[in-house]
Design a protein around this ligand. Structure first.
Ligand code: CDP
Ligand code: MG
Length: 759
């Protein structure tokens, strides 16, 4: 490692040290360009005990006493489960000093914008302060998060702090998973879930306080929520002067907008000049190293950098930022492999990962301290940027990459969402860097050059201008709202609205005049992408709802069904061959689900006490043998149950299955064979995701201009059929379709005709 990495690092901070000592501290770049307007104008530092402090740069307080107090605050020192130690930890958070001032401001204002560095205690403490001070009255306090992992893990933490089992006083609600009851007063939820609740309760009347957290991320759902909250404030609080309390209202609403970056002005302006409060955090200097060259193979470079740190530098945990699960798994495997071969005397390595699709129990491992003489190496996606504070981190390795949803409204003709690995923004880079300096001076290794950093975009575009709006437009139509009429912080592109309307029209969710159809209303009820909601609704007419639910549930699970290990690819393909269905990946998935369901402990054992556990381990073993991801299958099973409930509410018979219908008189299938009935259902949903075979053997999108190849992981990879449907496109050196199935070519004639007429 040493030899290869010798030239990798250039100590940028040393150069800068003479010129400007604070240069290597994160955020300083931003502040230098952009003075602390918030603080100057409002002067509302809620936890700054010394008024002179406000005039100084925020990072000038890294004196030894501050450092000491932070080190005392290092979590888990007194054991994480002891209630007193947790109460102590609460009191030592930077936010605790400003508690009274915060509570008073929130009490006095309808809308408050709250700014504070990651780890200062906003997400875990503000809801508790509001609850404990009685501001929320008898209503529920909602705290929204862009990511489900953050929502569940923060709820778990706060339940612990409240010494109440999760799901009672403190609960959560995320897609396909919820834990709360009628006593729940503090509810962590994804922004998507609260937007969905608007459908049933447009005034969010059961919430007395809505805290919009991580607002700087500007997800589509957060933007929609903010627009709706502005409307609800008028209805519930009446037209009062900005900043004044909603007097004489029976059920007023309070809104708190929280962010970890310095973009508060915009939120404040959006809410007619809402008050901005600032929480001073604790940030120690972080020395930044840029690599001399951009590291193309960032996974390999991250590994070399990790071992360089591990061998050369004092103990302290390492946090590595990677774009996604695949890179995390591959790097984790390599680090574990080499860690076993370290020379004697070098500390042990403990790896753990944090990403959206990972098992919740495993995610929580990142919070526990490493055993003695061990360095913890945490591999995370941008979830660890601001949503989750991981204690003990001294070194950050930043690959400079993230995955971002991007809607290609024009490029592909039809418009589609893709998940692209791309360069992060300067704002993300600084957040990542800051994670190393929470408990003491830290180090950040960037796998890109100083110049690349300067070339990065300053901050990310709001999702609303780069994502498919189909699902949101559909939900809004159910509320008789039009996206174009909402008071949004940033208006979406007209092309993007048009393309999403076209999608909804092709799905039959809206009619020629743009009016919501009955089928559209049914689709909106499902917590699914409109494409799959459409497939479920369409399956009614083919008598195969049960099968379609099975497949959709697997597609909607957060982790992938197939385990893909490079060395074992062939043997995996061999044992999984029996699931292959000639029509492609959707039916193959169904075969897997069916086989999994049939695995029992032992066919001869009559069920009785103890058989449940045996069945569980038999299923686990079966998955291992077939290189299948148990977690995905069991999650899919839970998702299916949720979807069944939605079906029941909408009078869709989810028990209708192609296997049962042969014996039934009233056959809904229109005479189609099982596979054809199922594929036709998916065909309705995936009409835009379809391609026709060309004379030269390639495929071309039916509703877009692009040539499409079939992904090597697909069971259809080697086959040529006249027409295909697919779940998604992946962009690498070519455009690949993933999740591919055969579809009768004639099926699309009606769609194609529409298309021509439109053109
Ligand atoms: O929202 P903000 O970034 O300001 O901070 P927070 O998420 O409220 O975190 C406050 C503290 O709680 C941090 O020191 C975290 O390390 C700690 N925490 C924890 O120990 N375990 C969790 N599951 C969540 C937070
Ligand atoms: Mg937070």
């Amino acid at each position: 490692f040493k030899q290869k990495s010798h030239q990798l690092w250039r100590d940028k901070s040393k150069k800068n040290q003479q010129r400007k000592p604070s240069k290597h501290i994160p955020w300083v770049d931003v502040e230098d360009d952009e003075p602390k307007t918030n603080l100057k104008r409002h002067g509302a530092m809620v936890n700054g005990d010394n008024p002179n402090r406000r005039k100084k740069p925020r990072h000038s307080y890294t004196n030894s006493s501050a450092r000491e107090s932070v080190q005392n605050d290092a979590p888990n020192q007194a054991g994480p489960s002891s209630p007193t130690s947790i109460q102590e930890q609460r009191k030592q958070l930077p936010i605790a000093q400003g508690r009274e001032a915060l509570v008073e401001e929130i009490r006095a204002n309808d809308v408050t914008v709250l700014l504070g560095e990651t780890g200062s205690g906003k997400t875990t403490q503000i809801p508790q302060y509001i609850f404990e001070s009685g501001i929320a009255g008898t209503g529920v306090i909602a705290i929204t998060q862009p990511r489900r992992v953050a929502a569940t893990s923060l709820a778990t933490r706060v339940a612990l702090e409240q010494e109440s089992p999760l799901g009672k006083l403190v609960g959560y609600s995320v897609r396909f998973d919820e834990k709360y009851n009628h006593d729940t007063r503090i509810k962590y939820m994804t922004d998507g879930m609260i937007v969905r609740e608007l459908l049933a309760d447009p005034n969010l009347s059961k919430y007395s306080v809505v805290i919009v957290d991580e607002a700087h991320e500007r997800t589509l759902r957060t933007d929609l929520l903010l627009a709706n909250l502005k409307k609800i404030l008028k209805t519930r609080n009446g037209p009062v002067a900005p900043g004044a309390k909603g007097k004489n209202q029976s059920n007023p609403l309070k809104v708190v907008v929280m962010s970890a970056t310095l973009d508060a002005e915009k939120f404040s302006a959006f809410f007619s000049g809402a008050k901005i409060l600032y929480i001073q955090g604790r940030q120690h200097p972080v020395k930044i190293y840029h690599s001399a060259e951009n590291q193309i193979d960032y996974v390999d470079s991250a590994m070399r950098t990790f071992f360089q740190i591990h061998i050369d530098r004092p103990l302290g945990d390492v946090l590595i930022f990677l774009p996604g699960q695949e890179d995390i798994e591959s790097l984790q495997a390599s680090i574990e492999h080499f860690a076993k071969r370290l020379p004697e005397g070098v500390p042990e390595v403990l790896t753990c990962a944090m990403y959206a699709a990972q098992d919740q129990r495993k995610n929580s491992q990142v919070f526990s301290a490493a055993p003695p003489n061990t360095r913890k190496c945490i591999l995370a996606t941008n979830i660890a940027e601001t949503s989750i504070t991981i204690p003990g981190v001294k070194y950050v390795i930043d690959t400079g990459k993230c995955k971002e949803k991007q809607f290609l409204a024009r490029a592909a003709g039809g418009g589609l969402d893709t998940l692209l690995t791309r360069d992060i923004t300067q704002s993300s880079a600084m957040q990542r860097c800051g994670r190393a300096g929470r408990e003491g001076a830290g180090f950040c290794f960037r796998l890109y050059t100083d110049k690349s950093f300067k070339d990065m975009e300053v901050s990310a575009q709001p999702e609303i201008v780069r994502c498919s709006l189909a699902s949101s437009i559909l939900q809004l139509r159910c509320l008789d709202l039009h996206l174009e009429e909402l008071d949004l912080m940033d208006a979406p592109d007209i092309d993007s609205i048009q393309s999403s309307l076209k999608t909804l029209w092709l799905l039959g969710a809206i009619d020629n005049t743009g009016k919501l159809t009955q089928a559209g209303r049914e689709m909106a009820a499902f917590p699914l992408e409109p494409q799959y909601a459409c497939a479920v609704v369409a399956s009614k007419n083919y008598g195969c709802t049960s099968e379609v639910l099975d497949i959709v549930a697997v597609i909607s699970a957060s982790s992938k069904l197939y385990i893909d290990v490079a060395e074992q690819r062939e043997s995996a393909a061999e044992v999984r061959r029996k699931f292959r269905h000639p029509t492609g990946d959707h039916m193959t998935t169904l075969n897997v689900v069916r086989a999994y369901r049939e695995v029992t402990a032992d066919k001869n054992v009559v069920s009785g006490p103890g058989t449940g556990n045996k069945e569980k381990s038999a299923k686990k073993e079966w998955c291992r043998k077939h290189f299948l991801n148990e977690q995905a299958l069991s999650e899919a099973n839970d998702i299916r149950k949720q979807l069944e409930t939605v079906c029941e509410r909408n009078n869709i018979n989810h028990t209708l299955s192609t296997t049962s219908r042969t014996s039934q008189k009233d056959d809904d299938s229109k005479g189609y064979a099982e596979d054809e009935a199922i594929l036709r259902s998916f065909g309705h949903g995936l009409a835009e995701n379809s391609a026709f075979l060309q004379p030269d053997g390639s495929y071309k999108q039916t509703m877009g201009p692009s040539a499409v190849k079939i992904h090597p992981s697909s069971t259809m990879c080697e086959k040529k059929v006249p027409a295909i449907i697919y779940d998604e496109l992946v962009y690498t050196n070519s455009i690949y379709a993933r999740g591919v199935s055969y579809i009768p070519k004639g099926f699309f004639s009606s769609f194609a005709a529409f298309q021509q007429r439109k053109a």
